[in-house]
Each structure stands twice: as C-alpha cells, then as structure tokens.
Design a protein around this ligand. Structure first.
Ligand code: FAD
Ligand code: SF4
Length: 509
C-alpha cells in the first residue's frame, strides 16, 4: 500500500503530525506549477521565495528519512496543474490512497475536493494543524447577528487560549486593548532595528521560473533574496524581532516614514502564512517578553491582537462568506487601476514611496497598505476586484484567505461594513500626522482646491458627499457628516469639481 501525501507551497510546517514518525508507506509530493504562478500576476520575489522554501522543505523531509517526490517547474514530466500532476503521481507510485492537508484558499479547497470525489482510490483531507480557531468558528460566534466585531472574537480567543489573562480570568493590566497608547509618529528616534533577515542567492531558480514562461512583476533580487527559507531562519527572525523591535512595536505601529521601510514591524507574515512558524509560538514568545519584563504590555498586547485577533478573525470571515465575498462591491466602484500602481511613478510622495517599496521589497507594512494605498483607491473609486488582484500579487505574504478580507473588507468597505465598522479613509491631515511624506511632496497638504492641492483632500470630502445615503447613519461618522454640513453649497460644489479634475488626471498625478 502507498499513500500519496500532498504538501502545498504554503504548508511547510515540519511540525505537522504527518512527520512525527517514519511512515514507510507514505510518499510526500510537492510541485511547482504554472497553475499557481499564473492564477494572478505575482511579484517575482513571491514566486522565488515560495519555490525556494518548498525545495528546502523537500530536502529537510528527505534528510529525516521520508520518501519525497518533488516536481520542479522545469521538470519535463510536469503537467503544470495540481490535479494533472496528481494523476501522474498516483500512477507513478501505484498509490492506493491520497491525503492532503486542508487548503487555506477556497479555490484549492474546491479543486482538491472535486478531484478526490472523482477518484476510485480513498482520499482524505487532514487538518493543517496551523490555526488556533476552526474555519467556521467566527461564523458560529456571530450567527444571526448583523454586526460582527473582531474585538469580541479576540476577547473570547484570549480567554479560550489563556493569553495575557490573569489568575481570575481578567485581562492582564486590567484592559483588553491598549490601542490608544499606540499611535505615535516616528521621527527617527529610536533608530529602526537592523534588518537581520537571511540572504540567499536564487539565480538558478529564477532562471528556471523565467524559462517556464511564468509572468511576474517587481524586483526579483534573485541574488540577494531576504525571505526565510525554512523554520530555523524564521525562528532567528522571530528572536531578533522579540529582542530588538517588539518593545517599540506598539508606539510606532501606525507610523510611516520615507526613511524606514520596516520600522518596528516583524516581517514574519511570510513565515507564518507558509507555516514555517505556528501562530501560538509567536504569541507565546511575545507574551514571555512581557512576563519577563523585556517589553511593555501595550506593545505586546498590540502585537498579539494582530495574530490571535485579526489573523484568525479574517480567516473566519473568509470561510463564512466565500465564494460570494470575492465579488462584493458595496459602492459599485469601477475605475481601473492607474498604471503607476505597477511602476510607483506618481508625484504623490506618500503613494510613490509605498508603491515603490512594495515593488522593490514585496512588502509594505499595514498602515501603508491601509491608509496610503487602500485609502487612495477607496477615495478615488477604484474597482475593488482589480485592487484585490494587485494586492494578491504584490505582497510576499498574500494568500487569498488573508488578503481578500483585508482588501475588500477592511480596506475598501466593499462588503458594506461586515469587517470594518467604518471606511478607513483620511485626508492629508492624518497622513501628515503619522509620516514625513507630506514634507517635500509637490502637493500642498493644506489645500483642498487648485492644481497644487493634495488630491486626498477633495477626494476625501467628495467620497462622503457622494455616499451620504449609504454612510450618514453610521454613528462613527457623525462628526464627519456634521463637518460636511457646515460647508457652504459653494464649498461643496468646488470640492466636487476638484474631485472631477483629480480623477480626470489620475494617470499623471
Ligand atoms: P506585523 O505588523 O509585525 O504584525 C504581526 C503579524 O500580525 C503579521 O505578520 C500578520 O501575520 C498579523 N497581522 C497583522 N495585521 C493583520 C491583518 N489585518 N490581518 C491578518 N493578519 C494580520 N496580511 C497578510 O498576511 N497577507 C496579506 O495578503 C495581507 N494583505 C493585506 C491587504 C490590505 C489591504 C491590508 C490593509 C492588510 C493586509 N494584510 C495582509 C495585513 C497586514 O498588513 C500584514 O499582515 C502585515 O503588514 C505583515 O507584515 P509584518 O509581518 O511585519 O506584520
Ligand atoms: Fe500624500 Fe498629499 Fe501628503 Fe503629498 S501632500 S504626501 S499626496 S498626503
């Protein structure tokens, strides 16, 4: 008897129970396929990093004594689709059983379930043993409720998993949330921690990827790729983050700077999403830093909330709402993506910096994604599905289960407010407060009208004006609508005209 065990490119956990003991009847199969490089146009670093990490994982499994069949992108036998290759492998190994770990993406979940149903050999999906909540846990918690709230989910998760909870079941420090302490701009002090990520030369792999015909964009940096290949490298990154960045993570969580790409963020999303690291060990490392007196509670709680709260929550929303979630478009936005999303060449300094960084590093931190790129897209009325495909392609950590709810829900409010309690938008005032972008920008952050006026300003007020019927009843927007009502009809008409002018010139902003 031979069991074929499929390992997907984002299932690189050596701690999965599959690998606990020798399984002489099992053949582990991994494959680099055009199906996966092509479902959306990807950043070159994303393709290289995932394939390189898969190759390293196969090497590790062989060293542990497991049988592995690895189909490389340039293998002449490669049929370039998961299921066509499974046909090949079942035949090659005379497999009598098939097993796979639960995929995180709806598209792969369907594909493998349909494939299994068409087989004559027994086929079984097993848990990926990665998440702290089940796929349907969010849906169960909020069943029948109109308003879903991350904060309630997060508090339940803290209690259920005993994270930052004292002996009497209360949150450590007497508060669940320290967000109010975590909103400082960064002016260069303390200095940004050193980038201690590993370095790898993947020139040969990059040549093979290009020769396969897979399309891509962004800087490959194939001779000096800075993403971890395996668990050991990911653990070293975690250690470095806990010691050097976590203590200031809270203070500067929302800060942005043209002089620092990483600031005090962890850059662990790739390692987490391909499962080199388990979320629980990242949470425990952060909690230990607090209990050991190495990092303040506000920073540790803020960091843990991103992983135990947001990361698990968006996954639950994804599984509750797919497949319809992928086509939501609450505002009916349909403007195409400006070309400069692919080049970073815009004179708006904030967007130019966030886009260039994304294209160069395949990474931007949360506030750049949300309050610069996503903010502009929502205010301008860009087609949310086109934007979703861009986010899914550009970021090293982008897998649909986490990218889609963040883009369509949190950033674009395209689900009508299921994920976010109000649209995350701002004028230049917020961007100026939280960054150094506006200094040195060719646009005037204080002006609303005129050819030098910051485009965010008119677009911001125009967004609320044109969506009054949809948004005015939202109590979190009361202040904004009161301000709008105080404006004269002439002011409002000038804003409308300025917004039209900005949108007519969007390609050359
Ligand atoms: P840190 O700031 O160090 O945070 C620690 C960890 O918390 C991250 O590694 C991540 O695992 C988790 N986390 C933080 N915020 C979120 C969130 N909103 N949702 C889920 N997990 C979170 N994250 C992805 O992993 N993949 C994506 O494709 C993705 N797309 C996004 C698209 C948009 C429009 C927005 C606004 C956010 C997106 N995020 C995504 C969330 C977040 O921006 C990234 O997780 C974070 O920037 C990764 O960098 P980091 O590891 O340095 O994070
Ligand atoms: Fe961005 Fe406007 Fe500031 Fe320029 S002035 S950096 S466009 S917010």
């Amino acid at each position: 008897m031979t069991e074929l065990r499929l390992v997907l490119g984002d299932q690189l956990s050596p701690r999965h129970s599959w690998f606990d003991a020798a399984a002489p009847d099992a053949v582990y199969v991994l494959m680099e396929v055009r199906q996966e490089t092509d479902y959306v146009r990807h950043h070159a670093q994303k393709i290289i990093a995932i394939f390189a990490a898969m190759r390293d994982f196969a090497r590790h499994l062989r060293e542990q004594g497991h049988r592995v069949d690895y189909i490389a992108i340039d293998d002449p036998a490669n049929r370039q689709s998961l299921t066509a290759n499974l046909d090949l492998l079942i035949e090659r190994h005379g497999a009598t059983r098939l097993a796979w770990q639960a995929p995180d993406e709806w598209r792969l979940d369907r594909q493998l379930a349909d494939y299994a149903a068409s087989q004559t050999i027994p086929a079984q999906m097993v848990d990926s043993e990665h998440f702290l909540s089940a796929r349907d846990e969010v849906a169960e918690q909020f069943a029948g409720r109109k308003q879903w709230l991350m904060e309630s989910f997060y508090r339940r998760m803290r209690q259920q998993h005993g994270v930052l909870i004292d002996g009497s079941g209360k949150p450590v420090g007497g508060q669940w949330n320290f967000d109010a302490d975590n909103r400082k701009p960064w002016a260069g002090d303390p200095p940004e921690p050193q980038d201690t990520r590993p370095r790898h030369d993947h020139s040969a792999l990059w040549q093979a990827i290009k020769a396969s015909g897979a399309g891509s964009f962004g800087a490959p940096h194939e001779q000096d790729l800075r993403w971890p290949l395996n668990r050991d490298e990911a653990l070293a990154m975690l250690d470095s983050f806990i010691h050097h960045a976590l203590p200031r993570f809270g203070d500067f969580q929302d800060a942005m700077s043209s002089k620092a790409a990483q600031l005090f963020h962890s850059l662990l999303s790739f390692a987490l999403n391909v499962k080199m690291l388990h979320p629980r060990e990242v949470i425990d490392a952060a909690a230990s830093a607090y209990h050991g007196g190495h990092a303040p509670l506000a920073a540790v709680e803020g960091f843990i909330r991103q992983i135990l709260g947001w990361r698990e929550y968006v996954r639950g929303v994804y599984w509750a709402r797919m497949p319809d979630y992928a086509s939501v478009n609450h505002f009916g936005h349909d403007l195409p993506l400006p070309d400069w999303f692919w080049t970073g060449k815009t004179r708006m300094r904030c967007l130019g910096h966030a886009l260039e960084q994304s294209l160069d590093r395949a990474h931007a931190h949360h506030i750049q994604r949300l309050m610069i790129i996503g903010n502009f897209a929502l205010l301008a009325g860009i087609d949310p599905q086109a934007l979703h495909r861009w986010y899914l392609g550009v970021y090293i950590d982008a897998f649909e289960w986490v990218e889609l709810p963040n883009t369509l829900g949190m950033s674009q409010y395209a689900d009508g407010g299921l994920l976010a309690t109000k649209p995350y938008v701002s004028s230049a005032a917020y961007i100026h407060r939280m960054s150094d972008y506006c200094r040195g920008c060719r646009y005037d952050r204080k002006a609303r009208i005129g050819k030098d006026a910051c485009p965010f300003n008119a677009l911001y007020w125009d967004f609320f004006e044109r969506n009054q019927a949809r948004l005015a009843a939202n109590h979190r927007l009361g202040h904004t609508y009161r301000q709008l009502e105080k404006m004269t009809p002439q002011d409002r008409s000038a804003i409308r005209q300025q917004a039209d002018y900005v949108l007519a010139n969007i390609e050359v902003l």
